[in-house]
Design a protein around this ligand. Sequence first.
Ligand code: ADA
Length: 551
Amino acid sequence: MHRRFKQHFRRKVFNLDGIWDFVFLGDVQPDDIDDLVYDERMAVPGCFDATPAYAGKRGLAAYRTWVTVTEASTYRLVLDGVHHWGRVYVNGQALYDHIGGFTQFRTPTVYLEPGAVEIVILVDNRLDYARTPLHLDYFDWYHFGGIARGVELHQLGSVWIDNVRVITEDYARRRVRVTIDYVASEEPVEVSVRVNSDPEVILAAGQTEVVLTLDDTELWTPSAPHLHTLHVILGNDDMQIRFGIRQVRVASGQILINEQPVQLRGFNRHESHPQFGHALPDSLLIADMQLLRDMGCNFVRGSHYPQDNRFLDLCDEMGMLVWNEATGWQQTEQHLTDPHYIDAQLTNIEEMVAAAYNHPSVILWGILNEGSSHIAACRPAYEQFLSRIRELDSTRPVTFASNHPFDDVCLDLADVISINCYPGWYGGTIDSIPNHLDSIVAHIDQSGYADRPLLISEIGAGAIYGWRDVNQDRWSEQYQARLLDMVIRHMFVDRDRFAGLAIWQFCDIRTAEATHRALGRPRTFNNKGVVDEYRRPKQAYEVVKHWFKEN
Ligand code: ADA
């Protein structure tokens, strides 16, 4: 996994990023492929359908690269994001099928002799419920296809570390719990753990958990985001992770970080760009972070899928708070009662939590954007997903964005109540916004949730970059600027009930050409960004900056 810190000093890791051989196969089933002729080249990471030759194409594609290993050993591949179905072959042997983009997966181990190794990855970006139920054609974003995040080959040997997790048990006492998952063919093995440059702690053979008290160690806070490294050594293998000591909890309608209330001010952010698809280069991650900070944001909702770990690393370093969300968009009763969908979603949740567990910036886990949380038959799915997250991580509050503020039947399951609404855009005028927001607050509080933090997790207006019009109507930059001015003023100046706001949205994004939506999506883009898809600021940018930064 490509990170802002070195993860392995002992383990040999082959970074496979670069230009791979490529062939687009189109309407072919993965089980039907024959001899492949790689007549093209493609960047990894990259999205093939964001390149001119394959723009808009859906189908099966094959990527191939070669790597030379020098030692006979067991190995496995680590893939950070393949959109949105993938099958991995090593030397012609099919090792693993993976469903869903945006999450890391690791193949089973494979024994390799020294020499050249052929790695082939079949990638399918078709929208096919039977194979990839997490990515459907009606979603309001464009599902780019390809190997959008990094690929590595790890040499493992007979004893190796699978995962290292750190949670803060008691922030005031600087107490953290470290859990090490490892695989060892010969028991017992001894593990050593070192935090920063402190003396190492040796665990008894077979011990996989240790509680460390890190006296005088700095806490992680949004304004002083101190990070620490933890290096675990097991025989010839090792793994370094990075963590922060901080506590998140909710009480009396507030989100508290180390017992200090924090008001979340930020945006929904898609990982999308017309030229790179979901494979955002480092320079764009930096640009996004600069713009968010320039506007005075302290919060990003990762809409509507798990964010890239490179971005989360930056958030850790900059003190940017994150809602990390499992993949989803307006799932219906049909999906939420279908075991096929539920299984895929549970895996997505597990992969999201595993990949982002150690990030102090992640303060909220989210699921199922605008799912059918108003239908009683869907409640068991909400219960199942949220309780799975709580089993995996009991330290972070959980939430889901509801667009049913007045008839939701699942709100009691969330630690933080999050509402998506579009007053002044899909209905009403800008002047109707205060009453609409007040009626949501009144309903939520009267329904028994007055003590839960309340977020507006989406609100916004479309504006076409550069369209400044004397009438200042919908789609003009002025309309969007006036609408957001009203929203922020009302939420944070006139009222003090809201724990946070995620404006819809940070940047314009390409979306699917769904006919029912076509007229509401000029350019086939969702144009509600305060910057356009090339990150050029619209008028609303300065309005948000004024309120977030100067008030
Ligand atoms: C919904 C949805 C967003 C986006 C937005 C819009 O609230 O959650 O993904 O589609 O509407 O622009 O209408």
